[in-house]
Unconditional design. Structure first.
Length: 226
């Protein structure tokens, strides 16, 4: 994966404002954005995914410009070919596991059928050990199972890169260790480029081929986990 980001955005919350001013480039298959809460990590990830529009700048992924304010380019999120894993997983509570995964393949407003699935959905149900709970809804699942469902939904459309927003923050410490190892193994097996944001130094140590440290909306340093 090659990624180049040079963006600026001002965010307002009542009388307060926050300046996001980020520049970095990387050719690593594993990029970790590390920093404390409030550093601007999630806003950066949303901008790359197309869920938030910068005020100005350029975002380029694997040679394709996803955003260029001067050229009037702003590729819609659904066409950026990135899988996005939200911090709280953002599963649909009224849909079962099969439907939640299948939603990653849908276009339009119609929910996938509660029974039956495509070959791609069946593959990820089996790959993540979710076939036995395919009929269950998110409230009936463990934290690890919910994370696997969210990952499967992000991967089912065969994205060119995977963006993860604090993927282990919602898990208890013991499960966090196990799921970190699972994601590490999965990424190596699929060989899919990954950009992960976290405030946990253990995540940076595990996944950081290229580690960028953010503070106050800017990249304050960079290095390697090795």
């Amino acid at each position: 994966m090659t990624i180049s980001v040079n963006i600026r955005k001002t965010l307002h919350a009542g009388p307060r404002s926050f300046q996001l001013d980020v520049q970095f480039a990387s050719a690593s298959k594993r990029v970790v954005i590390y920093g404390a809460s409030g550093a601007g990590k999630s806003q950066l990830l949303k901008a790359i995914a197309g869920l938030s529009k910068p005020d100005s700048g350029v975002i380029e992924l694997d040679g394709q410009k996803l955003f260029d304010s001067s050229a009037g380019i702003d590729v819609p999120a659904r066409k950026r070919r990135v899988g996005y894993l939200f911090q709280d997983y953002a599963l649909f509570p009224h849909l079962n596991v099969r439907q939640n995964i299948g939603f990653g393949l849908r276009r339009g407003w119609f929910n996938p059928a509660p029974r039956g699935e495509s070959e791609a959905v069946r593959y990820w149900l089996e790959a993540f050990g979710l076939a036995e709970v395919a009929h269950q809804r998110p409230a009936e699942l463990s934290g690890g199972q919910r994370q696997r469902v969210a990952l499967a939904r992000a991967l089912v459309a065969e994205p060119g890169a995977l963006l993860l927003d604090e993927p282990f923050a919602a898990l208890d410490p013991a499960l966090r260790v196990r799921m970190r190892a699972e994601l590490d193994s999965l990424q190596r097996r699929l060989d899919i480029p990954m950009l992960l944001i976290t405030h946990d130094p253990d995540d940076a140590a595990t996944f950081g081929g290229h580690v960028l440290t953010m503070a106050d909306g800017r990249v304050a340093g960079e290095g390697s986990s090795e």
